[in-house]
Design a protein. Structure first.
Length: 272
């Protein structure tokens, strides 16, 4: 019998037998680990996506409950959300449309679909395109009478697009609350849009003058409002003028003629 070991057979055998300090083996191990790690990350990303989407939907529903003033910690959010009646509004006519199923209509996808959106020439909210249809959420009282209307709003602040909801009384003019559920403004500055004390300033303000029949007057501005503006002016955030201007622009855009203006007019007149 010979003492000389058999030469390793095949590429795997040769690879295992190669010196661990060799350049080829070091590069091969590094490439293998990179491939394995990227496969693990890809599989995790794909398999977690449905959970992330479900969580983001529940978060949006929680925000709708909050802005409507009916959220309580510990409640079953999906069950409580059943109290709302979602409807799709045709922004041009300001009337509900049955062209789409409100349960599945995707506002974000519609905003980038050329068939369901338009590019804006005049774009104070900095959103680029405007969906022609938007989902609104109606909350009725026990007798079935409309109690609150929740409208989606979004627009650019300083660093990011802010996404939120505004809750209005059925007269389409009295503001009940404003709340953002997504933005990237700076904590302590622009992100103070989430401060409960600032949010509370919105409650009781009116969009338009003359009980809803006058001009759109709602504004976010610095300084003491004139007597005429007291019911319409929200104090701008200290140290965050640019985010405040963004909020002013987006609220005025969505409550104005290009946004929900026609719908709000129909609400005020009692027939959507
Ligand atoms: C790091 C950094 C982050 C900032 N983030 C914001 C912000 O999120 N929103 C905002 O309006 N201003 C932000 N600012 C301040 C603006 O640059 C600007 O100074 C401010 O909006 C002016 O507001 P004022 O007139 O109330 O002081 C930030 C400034 C710095 C240096």
């Amino acid at each position: 019998m010979s003492d000389i070991p058999d030469a390793p057979k095949g590429p795997i055998g040769r690879f295992l037998a190669a010196s661990p300090d060799g350049v080829g083996k070091t590069i091969a191990v590094a490439v293998f680990i990179c491939l394995l790690a990227s496969m693990i990350v890809s599989v995790a990303a794909v398999s977690l996506r449905p959970i992330q989407e479900a969580n983001s939907l529940v978060d949006k529903q929680r925000n709708i409950l909050e802005v409507a003033g009916i959220y309580e910690p510990g409640i079953d959010i999906q069950e409580a959300f059943q109290s709302f009646e979602p409807r799709v509004v045709d922004l041009a006519t300001g009337r509900y449309t049955d062209q789409f199923d409100p349960a599945t209509f995707d506002d974000a996808a519609a905003a980038s679909d050329p068939e369901l959106s338009v590019e804006l020439d005049n774009d104070p909210a900095g959103i680029g395109r405007k969906a022609l249809y938007r989902t609104v959420y109606l909350l009725n009282d026990d007798q079935g009478a409309l109690e609150r209307v929740i409208l989606p709003v979004h627009g650019y602040g300083l660093w990011s697009t802010l996404y939120g909801f505004i809750a209005l009384a059925p007269n389409g003019n009295d503001i009940l609350a404003l709340q953002f559920y997504q933005h990237g403004e700076t904590p302590g500055l622009g992100a103070e849009v989430d401060n409960p004390r600032w949010k509370a300033l919105w409650s009781g303000k009116e969009l338009r003058g003359d009980g809803g029949d006058g001009d759109l007057k709602i504004t976010v501005a610095k300084g003491v409002p004139s007597a005429d503006m007291q019911a319409h002016q929200i104090d701008a955030l200290a140290g965050a003028t640019l985010t405040s201007v963004g909020v002013d622009n987006l609220v005025r855009f969505w409550m104005g003629e290009e946004g929900f203006g026609p719908y709000l007019e129909n609400l005020r007149e009692g027939g959507v």
